[in-house]
Design a protein around this ligand. Structure first.
Ligand code: SAM
Length: 264
């Protein structure tokens, strides 16, 4: 192959990949709009993980080894406070392999922060925000929030050291303490490849954290929410996400409680 032929071939490959991505996005959006109910409410359509990110493309032997092999901190059926399932943790860890800047609302045990730091490039950085036990007084419930959501958020705010503490990736993690409504997201605007919204699950917090996340995410980056159970469930996360789905193309990742949005 001559150098000119090589350049033309690589331009062709890039064009085909971009066209493939556009077609996939368009087909996902069509599916979402088709599924609106009679009252015009757009439910959050389910999508298999391989439609959400190309890292999960499936070949004859399942997901690609190089793109999806991660270091895991599995839990099996053991209950981890505020935790993700092993499948959800694997998805988050795989996504970190291609991410440089990641932000998490709600640290809890620090499992996701650890998996992100462990599985990302050596120069990647994870910022995670949590409400420390001394800061519970800063929590600002709104009238619309369910009392149970507030109670759970405050109950979970009891940790000051985390699974990643003392590990050899701890230096990649910036730990912030404080109430997320008071977070000034300005330093992070347009910088994040991934934002995970998993702090307070009260309605007003999910809306507030989402508004901040949408400013922080870079073009092409992913915002993910945890603990979505469906439009008929009464938790703040469910209510907030069904409302947000009117303005954002959201997808509920099959076999998980994760909802995802890709910034255009
Ligand atoms: C469900 S746990 C997070 C689990 C964690 N993301 C993981 O993947 O392991 C919820 C966390 O959100 C924190 N949180 C609750 N309310 C908050 C608030 N108003 N501001 C910041 N963090 C909050 C709690 O302290 C708790 O650590």
């Amino acid at each position: 192959m001559t150098p000119l032929e090589m350049v033309l071939a690589s331009v062709l490959v890039v064009t085909l990949v971009q066209a493939g991505r556009r077609l996939r996005r368009e087909s996902l959006e069509r599916r979402r709009v088709r599924s609106a109910d009679r009252r015009g409410r757009v439910p959050i359509a389910k999508a298999p993980i391989w439609e959400v990110d190309e890292a999960f493309a499936v070949g004859p032997m399942g997901p690609d080894r190089q793109r999806t092999e991660v270091t895991m901190l599995g839990g099996g059926g053991i209950l981890v406070p505020g935790g993700t399932t092993d499948y959800e943790a694997w998805i988050l860890a795989v996504l970190a392999k291609n991410a440089r800047r990641m932000f998490e609302f709600g640290t809890c045990t620090g499992r996701t922060a650890y998996l992100w730091a462990r599985n990302s490039a050596s120069d990647a950085k994870v910022t995670t925000l949590t409400l420390g036990p001394e800061q519970r007084v800063l929590y600002e419930a709104s009238e619309r929030d369910r009392a149970l959501d507030t109670e759970i958020a405050l109950e979970e705010s009891d940790l000051e050291s985390f699974l990643y503490s003392g590990s050899d990736v701890a230096h990649k993690i910036e730990q912030l303490f404080g109430d997320s409504k008071a977070l000034d997201e300005t330093p992070y605007v347009g910088k994040m490849d991934l934002v995970f919204i998993d702090g307070s699950h009260a309605y007003s917090y999910v809306i507030s954290d989402t508004r901040k996340a949408l400013r922080m995410i870079r073009s092409g980056g992913l915002v993910l929410w945890h603990d979505y159970d469906g439009p008929l469930e009464g938790r703040g996360t469910d209510e907030a996400l069904v409302e947000l789905a009117r303005e954002l193309p959201l997808f509920h990742i099959e076999h998980t409680r994760i909802v995802v949005y890709r910034a255009p």
